[in-house]
Design a protein around this ligand. Structure first.
Ligand code: ITT
Length: 201
């Protein structure tokens, strides 16, 4: 059965850049959002070995703690010449301080003189119900790494990632334009199609 709206939804993230993008994308479909920090939810340890496992564990933890439908996002940057790193460790490459200037510098240094600058952003969304049910949706956007980094929009690794077909970074793009092509937007489109096109699950 399809749904018309989610009456209320917990956005299970402690990353404010992500929370803002998720709220923008879901705006037409959700009446009340709660963020993980609104509800004082603890940040679960990401012990999974894939984006999907980590998204599921974050969504389930939030649904259990809040008793509400909860949406989590596990995402990251996968650099071809670094065998997919930082991948599921994208947040951790920012260190305790979550310093993504530092993390981008590290990617840049590890790439060295490699000719292959290709990379992709990956996102897995997990939607979890308090009864333990969980559904996942994935999205990916291909592109390449540039140096020096450019732009002030967005968050995380946006300033050095140029999506294929463009010559500006995600951090130089208006948020509305990023939302048309991003890994997160693609995963959202899958979720929205299932829930709001009357298809149901
Ligand atoms: P939560 O687990 O609380 O949601 P987090 O930041 O730890 O927050 P992840 O483990 O999913 O989340 O880490 C994803 C990291 O990948 C994130 O910190 C960013 O640095 C990066 N990232 C993900 N999506 C991105 C995007 O659209 N633009 C730039 N960087 C992104």
């Amino acid at each position: 059965m399809g749904l018309d709206v989610f009456d209320e939804l917990v956005i299970a993230t402690h990353n404010s850049g992500k929370a803002r993008e998720i709220a923008d994308l879901l705006h037409p479909f959700v009446i009340t959002f709660y963020s993980a920090s609104d509800l004082g939810l603890l940040e679960p340890e990401e012990t999974g070995s894939s984006f999907e496992e980590n998204a599921v564990l974050k969504a389930k933890a939030a649904a259990q703690a809040s008793g509400k439908l909860s949406l989590a996002d596990d995402s990251g940057l996968s650099v071809t010449a670094l065998n997919g790193a930082p991948g599921i460790y994208s947040s951790r490459w920012g260190g305790e301080e979550k310093d993504f200037d530092f993390a981008m510098q590290k990617v840049h240094e590890e790439l060295g003189s490699s000719q292959d600058r290709s990379a992709a952003f990956v996102c897995v969304l997990a939607l979890a119900w308090p009864d333990g049910r969980v559904e996942t949706f994935d999205g990916r956007v291909e592109g390449y790494i540039i140096w020096p980094k450019r732009g002030d929009f967005g968050f995380g690794y946006d300033p050095f990632f140029v999506p294929d077909g463009y010559n500006i970074t995600f951090a130089e793009m208006n948020p509305e334009d990023k939302h048309k092509i991003s890994h997160r937007a693609k995963a959202f489109d899958k979720m929205i199609e299932i829930f709001f096109a009357g298809k149901g699950l």
